[in-house]
Ligand binder design. Structure first.
Ligand code: BES
Ligand code: MN
Ligand code: MN
Length: 463
């Protein structure tokens, strides 16, 4: 890998320039007015893969946004790494909270990123992290050091629930045959404390609509006499947690996997400062389920949160009105053995039971997904761990994350493959938020670490 590493050092500046180029394309999957940009992004990525040395590159049509495929098969007897990533991004709003335009990337130094960080929507999630793989591949190709076969599958619908990816995977099992899946779409603890994500939470996401009177009413004429859907919705939502901050939905915890004392002790070794955590978020204290640490609450324990709530009058000034309807979007993060469909069903039944007489409740499920865990006694994990050791000079800490990448569980089900999550982002990189960014240190470290994964994986596969 010596030539590969030299190549990376020589071409670093160009690698940054190319990433800035693709960050200028607003490939927002959720908003149909950006369909043309999403499409352009797919074709640009296909070109980049070809330039890097991939063959059989194809922009595959789906019922939604296209999937970009490319491969390099050097020898059928060698192991094959399937790289997954997503080229779509979250919407950029609220725009007024960005210090620079979301699709006009700039490099700025920050306290955490003294070498500079690229500020743009998608810089970390996931264009920057995806592009590390394209450039690592280029470096191995151009130096003749590619140790394994590689397949790329990059989708444009991750941020909207990967609705068409399952069909694609089911219909392309032969083409996607591999020995391991490699994904960079998560984070690590800190730039001097590398970690590898070994678990992801699942997701149940619902929208609720609560209806009271058949029209908006004057809050003076009717105030105090009828059920106000917003008052009631607030109360119903408040009922979903008890005093110990446990979720009250009957059966919610029935299948939750409890970790052993040893496993929890192992987890507690990860460095965590409550003080720094609170300071970074400008909060006085943390909050959550009694009996668990913050690290545990955000990874091995399920959670329930309101993502948005509206109804009635929210415009300027005051309007005296009792709304006819109130709405909320609610997400539940799930942990191993919980099933998203089951949880959505339990939620729906319970939420409906909370409504007082005269209030109608409609629950509409959105996309969901299953949790996943990556065992650490596999050659895939060992190859990744050794790769981080080579570039960080430290063994990475295995750590479960609170985020969700539902396709990881789907890959396991459909392709029978485990996924290695080599993420290089930081929690403070503000993914999905205004001023999303990705450290140059992290971008380069990713490009440097990935080739070691390939060589380690090949070597360990031979043993
Ligand atoms: N890359 C994230 C997930 C992530 C980020 C996992 C950081 C762990 C650490 C992904 O793009 C994402 O945003 N997933 C969504 C779920 C998806 C179904 C829309 C999420 O976690 O909210
Ligand atoms: Mn992502
Ligand atoms: Mn995301």
């Amino acid at each position: 890998m010596k030539k590969t590493q030299e190549y990376i050092q020589e071409h670093k500046q160009r690698f940054v320039g190319e990433l800035l180029e693709i960050l200028r394309i607003p490939s927002i999957s959720a908003d149909s007015s950006y369909k043309g940009d999403v499409e352009k992004m797919a074709f640009d990525l296909a070109d980049k893969l070809k330039e890097a040395g991939a063959e059989n590159v194809e922009v595959c049509r789906t019922d939604g946004h296209p999937i970009v495929y490319g491969e390099k098969i050097i020898d059928k007897n060698l192991p094959t790494v399937l790289v997954y990533g997503h080229y779509d991004v979250q919407p950029a709003d609220p725009l007024e909270l960005w210090d620079s335009p979301p699709f006009d990337p700039v490099i700025k130094k920050t306290e955490i990123h003294p070498e500079g960080a690229i500020f743009a929507r998608g810089a970390c999630d996931d264009k920057g992290q995806l592009y590390m793989h394209v450039k690592a591949f280029e470096a191995m190709m151009k130096t003749g050091e590619l140790p394994c076969n590689v397949k790329f599958m990059v989708e444009g619908e991750e941020e909207v629930g990967s609705v068409n990816l399952t069909t694609f995977v089911k219909e392309n099992k032969e083409r996607l045959k591999a020995d391991i899946i490699l994904v960079s779409d998560t984070g690590m603890l800190a730039n001097d404390t590398p970690s590898i994500t070994t678990g992801l939470r699942g997701l149940s996401y619902v929208e609720v609509e609560v209806t009271g009177p058949n029209r908006d009413l004057h809050s003076g004429l009717y105030g105090g006499c009828v059920t106000n859907p917003l008052n009631i919705l607030a109360k119903m939502i408040a009922t979903l947690h008890d005093d110990k901050k446990k979720i009250t939905i009957p059966g919610f915890y029935d299948k939750v996997e409890e970790l052993s004392k040893e496993e929890r002790e192992e987890m507690a070794k990860a460095p965590f400062s409550k003080e720094d955590y609170c300071k970074a978020l400008d909060i006085e204290d943390v909050y959550g389920e009694e009996g668990y640490t913050t690290l545990e609450r955000g990874s091995i324990r399920p959670s329930l949160d309101v993502n948005g709530m509206w109804g009635g009058y929210t415009g300027e000034g005051a309007k005296t009105v009792i709304p006819s309807k109130a709405y909320a979007k609610i997400s539940m993060r799930l942990v191993p053995n919980q099933n998203s469909e089951e949880i959505t069903k339990l939620f729906t039944e319970y939420f409906q039971s909370l409504a007082p007489k005269g209030i109608r409740v409609k629950v509409t499920p959105h996309h969901g997904g299953e949790p996943s865990v990556t065992p650490i006694n596999t050659i895939g994990y060992k190859a990744a761990s050794k790769a981080y050791e080579a570039t960080f000079g430290k063994k990475p800490i295995p750590l479960r994350s609170g985020g969700s990448i539902p396709i990881v569980a789907m890959f396991e089900k459909e392709l029978g493959l485990k996924t290695i999550l080599m993420g290089f982002g930081l929690d403070s990189d503000a993914i999905h938020s205004p001023n999303e960014h990705f450290g140059l240190f992290n971008y380069f470290k990713g490009i440097e670490t990935i080739p070691y994964f390939y060589s380690n994986f090949k070597e360990l596969s031979n043993d």
